[in-house]
Ligand binder design. Structure first.
Ligand code: AHM
Ligand code: MG
Length: 338
């Protein structure tokens, strides 16, 4: 039963049976992410005070500049999960390859793997704009007790057992699903406790916000261009409002509350878009669907894509069901004009 203002700890205990395979392992895993989030939150909040912003001087596997807080968040989440011996493997947007966690007694019998984007939207940190952490949890497919393999991570999104995000905004929130709805918890920084502030979050079926980087307009497929023009037309409840933070977690979080569509399509510059299927699209798609919204690559369900590589990208359209379906209609209509 969902009770507003419950702490996350109470919520996890009370809802344990609703978790898939409820052995307690997944609950421990969520608790450990909750801990990592508090540590990262503390550091993110200090970013304006201390000289922590700026590039770390390394580039990640996608050839992008890494910033100090990306590295910090990556290390903290990995450390927390390893120290608590809660998972058997981790893949992160910031690491070239996945990490095998052997377990201290060399017999790690944990069932779950975690995939994460430790700090999404990190180019926003030094301008005091919200950033987020995204995580996705799967049961391993290889034999328990053996080292994890790539196949444990290359599972389609429809196999996720849990997913969530943390948004470091005007307040810090943890929003997650274990496949039976979406709940949002707000951190009380004075007490270090998370309270259920957004029980059973629902994506409005319709919305009036469209979020896309229109600076890329000339490079977009025809279907996207036509859909943008449709959003801007004076008719019925249109024109819609354009809102784009450039921090996906924040853009989708806002749209989930107010109703809207978020798009990062492919373009003539990036033929699969920018966002990573495993660390960004799948977990957000799971949350969005669990809240009654829709997530697609413009043609088909994001969570049904069979991944081939850890760092692969996918075009991403997600949000209010009717808006995503309308965008898909345009994509289909102009499919041969891409
Ligand atoms: P990142 O993982 O390097 O931070 O990139 C992902 C972010 C998303 O949060 C956001 O939606 C997108 O990049 C913005 O990209 P752009 O600046 O191309 O619009
Ligand atoms: Mg990212």
């Amino acid at each position: 039963m969902v009770k507003k203002n419950q702490t996350l700890g109470e919520f996890i205990i009370e809802n344990q049976e609703a978790f898939p395979y409820s052995s307690g392992e997944l609950s421990r895993l969520i608790r450990s992410i909750r801990l990592g989030a508090k540590v990262v939150n503390h550091e993110v909040n200090k970013a304006g005070l201390v000289d922590i912003v700026g590039n770390y001087g390394e580039t990640n596997v996608q050839g992008e500049d890494q910033q100090k807080l990306d590295v910090y968040a990556n290390e903290k989440f990995i450390q927390t999960l390893i120290n608590r011996e809660i998972v058997c493997g981790i893949a992160s947007e910031e690491n070239d390859d996945f990490i095998i966690i052997p377990g201290k007694k060399k017999d790690n019998r944990n069932k779950y793997v975690v995939l994460m984007d430790p700090l999404d939207g990190s180019s926003n940190i030094d301008v005091n704009v919200s950033v987020g952490t995204i995580f996705s949890i799967y049961r391993r497919v290889s034999e328990i007790g053996t080292p994890v393999t790539k196949e444990d991570f290359l599972q389609p999104g429809n196999k996720q057992v849990a997913a969530g995000y943390i948004i470091y905004g005007t307040s810090t929130m943890l929003v997650y699903t274990t496949g039976s709805g979406v709940n949002g918890f707000t951190l009380n920084p004075a007490l270090g406790s998370w309270y259920l502030s957004h029980p059973d979050m629902r994506f409005p079926e319709d919305g009036r916000i469209y979020s896309i980087n229109e600076g890329n307009y000339v490079h977009f497929p025809q279907g996207v261009k036509k859909y943008i023009k449709y959003c801007q037309e004076e008719e019925g409840d249109r024109p819609y409002t354009s809102r784009y933070i450039g921090s996906m977690v924040s853009d989708i979080h806002r749209n989930m509350i107010k109703g809207g569509i978020f798009m990062y399509p492919k373009s003539s510059k990036a033929h699969k878009g920018k966002l990573r299927l495993l660390y960004e699209c799948n977990p957000m798609a799971f949350i969005v669907e669990q809240a009654g919204g829709k997530a697609s690559d413009g043609y088909k369900r994001i969570m049904d894509i069979e991944p081939e590589e850890l760092h692969e990208r996918a075009p991403f359209f997600c949000g209010s069901k009717n808006m995503v379906e309308k965008a898909e209609e345009f994509m289909e209509k102009y499919r041969d004009k891409e």
